[in-house]
Ligand binder design. Structure first.
Ligand code: PLP
Length: 211
């Protein structure tokens, strides 16, 4: 039914994905009744852990008032004000559903503001499934070329050449090289994508079996 057995490839692990039945606090329980300490917590979106009572209560209350509207609501204003108050330099907000959408809208906004089409990103960094953000996600020694100016490599067969041409790939941890490439391409760059906490393959393997 699902390609590779799951609907989300990032959770496909060596011997097969662990199917979760429920979560509580810092633990998840799989369909076979095993308990796991969840060091991932849905890629860190669940900062309070699973089924945190105040969150369950707030969501339950809202469900009784309706959960999905085609109109704006006061609660989105409240949340936006809270975020702006807490995050320095944040003064305008657009809510989206996924990180992929956030990145794609940020790239489009940067292009619209600057009138430029190129973006720069670090080789191997994951920024979601937007074509330009995916470039050189899985570059390897056979195709990454010169580390001083890495190739833009496609993340899937048939990726349009124009997409590759519009991405400047930077080498991770090479500050001098990054400075040089950014200086070289600055006049064409709309934005630089940077994840201060990049996800690496090893760090994604983060569910530890306890019992
Ligand atoms: C840095 C970064 N950007 C974008 C994304 C894409 O987010 P989503 O899976 O919600 O589309 C992720 C997802 O892990 C991410 O880690």
């Amino acid at each position: 039914m699902f390609p590779d057995g799951t609907s989300r490839v990032t959770i496909d692990r060596s011997s097969g994905p662990v199917y979760i039945d429920r979560g509580m606090g810092s633990y998840v329980f799989d369909v076979d009744g095993r308990r796991f300490l969840d060091l991932n917590c849905n890629f860190m979106t669940l900062i309070h852990g699973h089924a945190f009572a105040p969150v369950v209560e707030a969501i339950t209350t809202q469900l009784h008032r309706g959960s999905c509207f085609a109109n704006p609501t006061e609660s989105e204003i409240e949340l936006a004000e809270l975020l702006c108050a807490r995050i320095p330099r944040l003064d305008r907000v657009r809510f989206v559903n996924t990180g992929t959408e956030a990145v794609l809208f940020a790239i489009k906004a940067a292009r619209a503001f600057t009138g430029r089409s190129k973006i720069a990103k670090l080789e191997g960094a994951y920024h979601g499934a937007y074509d330009w953000a995916e470039v050189s996600l899985a570059a390897n020694p056979d195709n990454w070329g010169d580390p001083a100016a890495p190739n833009s490599t496609p993340s899937y067969r048939g990726a349009p050449g124009g997409v590759l041409d519009d991405v400047v790939v930077l080498s991770f941890n090479d500050v001098t090289g990054v400075r040089q490439l950014l200086s070289l391409h600055a006049p064409q760059l709309a934005a630089v994508l940077l994840d201060p906490m990049p996800s690496l393959t090893a760090s994604q393997i983060s569910i530890a079996t306890l019992t």
